[in-house]
Design a protein around this ligand. Sequence first.
Ligand code: NAD
Ligand code: UDP
Length: 320
Amino acid sequence: MDKMRVLVAGGAGFLGSHLCDRLVAAGHDVICLDNYFTGTRRNIAHLLPDPRFEAIRHDVTQPILLEVDWVFNLACPASPVHYQYNPIKTIKTSILGSINLLGLAKRVSARILQASTSEVYGDPEVHPQAESYWGRVNPIGIRSCYDEGKRCAETLFTDYRRAHGIDIRIARIFNTYGPRMAFDDGRVISNFVIQALRGEPLTIYGDGRQTRSFCYVDDLVEGLLRLMSYEGSDATEPCNLGNSVEYSMLELAELVQDLTGTQLALEFRPLPEDDPVQRRPDIRRARRNLDWEPSTKLREGLARMVEDFRLRLKAGEPRP
Ligand code: NAD
Ligand code: UDP
């Protein structure tokens, strides 16, 4: 791969910081842009001494011009707790952020990738979800600020391609987990791991039979890089990236207890509004076009995450 100048918007977040690591390690010049809403400088502190890495505090809802070859747009809070904290800001981040970064890409002729999401499929009637499925999304629910913002971002990306020939990529990312997830982000894996390490009951929303498919962060970042480099005739079409092995939340709770050597009570809580019942990606497109599929088993990835959470707690990072 040639040496690129790469902008990672949302680069101090969970996925963004792992992506910055990979890009810097590959010899690229990386600019991380972040407003530190859900990301933290701790995630990128180890990269700051590297002359190939630069961090800018900036909010993507404001325009910015930078000379780069590639743009990854990951700027957006991703966990339901975080994106519902200020829903108007969340949707502005997806929409104004996309418009500003697409404007930048247009001005400097950069290739630009949007971190889209399985949430564009909403609470799906089709299983597993292929890219051809248009989804079932509530436009006025508590998840809509995120889902509809991400759907609109896909529309903007596609219209900028049609109108201005912008070289776009759209990754529809399914639930991803791993080291550096925020302790307080409220996502199921981070909740279960922190609860298990504190010896607290595991909180199960609903009856725990809803399913998700969990992808380890290193696999996901590999997929993002392959998609960004892919030049096939359908390169600008959305591409699912995720793990196709499906777990119920009850199965996940069992696995976390097994890995942490705990036997904890399960605390059942009401299922949040519009919580999807079933989710699993159809990754045939990514397999075919990118020769990609996740290789990390949930048990293996979870063990690494438990280790990361243990070390961070020991180092005094505040608990939620
Ligand atoms: P994250 O919250 O850790 O990272 C998001 C980053 O964007 C944070 O560093 C945050 O401070 C920054 N940010 C938020 N609003 C911003 C703004 N207005 N201007 C500048 N920076 C801003 O979440 P993540 O899990 O790393 O997700 C990264 C991206 O991937 C998001 O766009 C998310 O929607 C997408 N995604 C993630 C998952 C997943 O399971 N992790 C699944 C689907 C899609
Ligand atoms: N969930 C749960 N306990 C928790 C947090 C989440 O049972 O402590 C459930 C949640 O209701 C959802 C699933 O786990 O059905 C995945 O939730 P997460 O917030 O991780 O991701 P998303 O719903 O966005 O896929």
